[in-house]
Write a protein that binds this ligand. Structure first.
Ligand code: ADP
Length: 532
């Protein structure tokens, strides 16, 4: 048994030891906490580092992609014309190539007509959107196997394959198709407006009162067109067939269009204004289709109770005598088309055809037979009185005049008379053209022989412009005598009817001179006289 003192010492030692342990434990604990804090800090730093790294990697990838992009050789475009097992026949740059299709490209997207991208190795690597522009052709026929017989701009025929996206069953003959001619593919139908949609005018705003002179012609056309419109029952009762059409003929710029519009205005009718040359389409059959469309449109409008006037301007461009050899004889089919439309207007008293021409000698006589355009009205160039009447429509009471002390009404009349005198004088100064007839005889024609409504409007417009310029430059207000005389001289010099001397007889007929054949012309006024 140990001594108590010994025991006490041992206890004290043990106690010391315990304390030392506890201290060591404490220290260890504190270290652990420190280590934990350190670890947390490190983890955070690590996260940050990771994020920075990721960002750096991303920008590296982007840079690499950009670099790749810059270094990629250009791809070519082509149209697929046939599809095989993992291959496609592609027309590109005028060549037909059998190309492998990259597995990245969904096969469903590669069909006939697809626009594809080819890489340097001529592998199909992608699809491109449809091409929105290109050459056009017209559909002539859908062949039994679905291929398309089309005509090109110069009338040549081609057989094209239809793109898969093209709804062949829904195609109308004559439709315009967007095509890749080198690939012999029709890609899409092009929607175009019908001529009939482009040319419809609501009721035109020209009134009879706007037309100078031409009183007799206006009465003629009113009798022919308006009377039957307004008194249909009387015509039926008396057994009189209303005319279906009227031909207005005479030199250019003398009011044919104006009269037709005034008729429409007075009858409250719709007005389909068709310019002959514009309708003459280079595609076979297209003009006929347009004529059909025009009459369909006219009939639609006529059923609404309003009359419809179908006005053919420059009618001779379309309806020339068949077999005359001019313009490759398109008239051989166009004339019958018009005839059948006019004949079909039976019972549609609301549709009236008015034709205008300055070459009535060229129009196919069948069109002018009874029951068709059988009312013919000739419009002459205005005489002095007619010219004064026309001028009064443009030099109106409202036009600012510089009349000085003279009464404005009287002054206005003086200006009008001055213009008429200047244009109609058969003086040396007004010698216009010298014509040589086939017989060798010569004749000098004067400005007076060429005055038209359009020319008179030209004179007044020029005079007004001169007055405005003078006013802007600080001068006096209003049209004066010098303005109108200067305007006459300029209008004569720059007259649009000055002939082109290569085809004198044609010119003479257009200008309304239908006598002996003219073989030679010499202009005596204007800039061209100097060159003769
Ligand atoms: P076209 O006989 O060639 O159809 P227009 O009727 O189009 O001739 O006339 C051309 C322009 O000349 C008209 O817009 C109008 O300004 C003018 N004009 C021609 N004749 C007359 C007329 N008798 N009265 C008033 N203006 C006329």
């Amino acid at each position: 048994m140990p001594e108590p003192a010994e025991l006490a010492r041992q206890l004290a030692d043990a106690n010391e030891l315990l304390k030392a342990r506890a201290r060591a434990l404490d220290l260890a604990e504190r270290r652990l906490t420190d280590a934990r804090t350190d670890a947390r800090g490190l983890a955070q730093a690590n996260e940050k580092l990771n994020a920075t790294l990721a960002a750096a990697r991303d920008s590296l990838v982007a840079l690499r992609a950009e670099l790749d992009n810059l270094a990629t050789p250009p791809s070519s475009f082509g149209h697929v014309v046939a599809v095989g097992e993992a291959t496609a026949d592609v027309a590109t740059g005028g060549r037909l190539l059998r190309c492998a299709v990259s597995p990245d490209v969904p096969t469903a997207q590669v069909v006939v007509g697809t626009r594809v991208l080819l890489n340097e190795a001529l592998l199909v690597v992608g699809t491109a959107g449809d091409t929105p522009s290109g050459e056009t052709v017209r559909l002539a026929e859908v062949l039994p196997d679905g291929r398309l017989l089309v005509t090109g701009a110069s009338g040549e025929e081609l057989v094209l394959q239809a793109a898969a996206a093209l709804d062949v069953a829904g195609l109308r003959i004559g439709v315009t198709l967007l095509a890749d001619r080198r690939a012999l593919l029709a890609l899409a139908a092009v929607q175009r407006s019908e001529v009939a949609d482009l040319t419809l005018e609501e009721v035109p705003d020209v009134r009879y009162a706007d037309i100078g002179g031409l009183g007799a012609q206006i009465e003629q056309i009113r009798d022919a067109v308006e009377l039957p419109f307004r008194h249909r029952e009387l015509f039926t009762e008396f057994g009189l067939r209303p005319p279906k059409g009227v031909l207005l003929y005479g030199p250019p710029g003398c009011g044919k269009t104006m009269i037709a519009k005034a008729v429409a205005n007075s009858a409250g009718s719709h007005f389909l204004n068709i310019k002959g040359p514009e309708l003459l389409d280079k595609y076979v059959g297209e003009t006929e289709r347009q004529i059909r469309a025009i009459f369909t449109r006219a009939k639609e409008h006529a059923t609404s109770g309003r009359p419809v006037i179908v006005f053919f301007d420059e009618m001779d461009a379309l309806f020339r005598t068949r077999g005359s050899g001019v313009s490759s004889d398109v008239e051989a089919t166009i004339v019958p088309q018009l005839l059948s439309e006019i004949d079909g207007v039976e019972g549609l008293a609301n549709v009236i055809v008015i034709g205008a021409t300055n070459r009535e000698d060229l129009i196919d006589p069948a069109i002018l037979r009874p029951g068709r355009l059988d009312v013919k009205i000739k419009l002459e160039r205005p005489d002095r009185a007619g010219a004064a009447e026309i001028l009064a429509r443009y030099l109106t009471r409202q036009t600012p005049l510089n009349s000085g002390d003279t009464d404005p009404g009287k002054f206005r009349q003086e200006l009008i008379d001055a213009i008429v005198d200047r244009l109609y004088a058969r003086t040396e100064e007004n010698r216009f053209i010298e014509v040589t007839y086939a017989s060798g005889a010569k004749e000098v024609l004067h400005v007076a022989d060429f005055v038209s409504g359009a020319m008179l409007v030209g004179v007044v417009d020029r005079a007004k412009k001169a007055a405005i310029k003078e006013l802007i430059d600080g001068g006096q207000r209003g049209v004066r005598l010098e303005h109108v005389l200067g305007a006459c001289a300029a209008e004569i010099r720059e007259n649009e009817e000055l002939p082109n001397t290569t085809n004198p007889d044609d010119w003479a007929r257009v200008s309304g001179r239908k006598g002996e054949r003219i073989v030679f012309l010499r202009t005596l006024v204007g800039s061209r006289a100097l060159n003769q």
